[in-house]
Design a protein around this ligand. Structure first.
Ligand code: 5GP
Length: 188
């Protein structure tokens, strides 16, 4: 598999509503050596969601890409398919994947050197209000919360670092420190 990227592979995972995409966007803006992979999904684009948040595709297109061997990992998350296309970070850059727990497990199996940062919400209440704030119907929010409860223990068990996203700025600072440390560790 074309995944022997010489750069670091950083997997940012965590239950829904924890603020992963906001964190990852801030991280990538700050560190020019990071390259964010854009996932494919069969989920519909949310109203107000950036058109490049994902590559939005049909189930047929997604399944064809699976058949072509085009994904590093993919999963079914509450009825929609999500997948990381085989990464192609520009030379010298480290790859960032923002994915759920099943995908994180798959990446760890393929590449034991991948760095897995697992993010937890400061409280269930905070997580709930973030999920509601996206405008999803209440029933969907409940499903996502139940899924989050299943994801947490697995994520904690396989993570290299577990962070609590109490304060966005602090979380991003902490992640930057971890990434710098891990880069140095891998150079020695
Ligand atoms: P959402 O529908 O909220 O954008 O994403 C649902 C979940 O799928 C989130 O936990 C998100 O991190 C995860 N996700 C996004 N892209 C991928 C991907 O390429 N692979 C996997 N396994 N999960 C993904």
């Amino acid at each position: 598999m074309a995944f022997n990227s010489r750069g670091l592979v950083i997997v940012v995972s965590g239950p829904g509503g924890v603020g992963k995409s906001t964190i990852v966007d801030a991280l990538v803006k700050r560190d020019a050596n990071l390259w964010l992979s854009r996932s494919w999904t069969t989920r519909e684009q949310r109203s107000g969601e950036a058109p490049d948040a994902y590559k939005f595709v049909t189930r047929e297109q997604f399944e064809q890409h699976i058949a072509d061997g085009g994904f590093l990992e993919w999963t079914d998350f509450l009825g929609n398919l999500y997948g990381t296309p085989t990464p192609s970070a520009p030379e010298g850059k480290d790859t960032v994947l923002e994915i759920e727990v099943d995908g994180a497990q798959q990446v760890k199996q393929i590449n034991a050197n991948a760095l897995l940062l697992f993010i937890l919400p400061p409280s269930r209440q905070e997580q709930k209000s973030r999920l509601h704030g996206r405008g999803d119907p209440a029933q969907k929010v409940e499903k996502r919360l139940r899924k989050a409860e299943d994801e947490e223990p697995i994520g904690k068990a396989i993570a290299d670092y577990v962070l609590i996203n109490d304060d966005l700025g602090e979380t991003v600072n902490e992640m930057s420190r971890i990434i710098d440390f891990e880069r140095k560790k891998r150079q020695t």
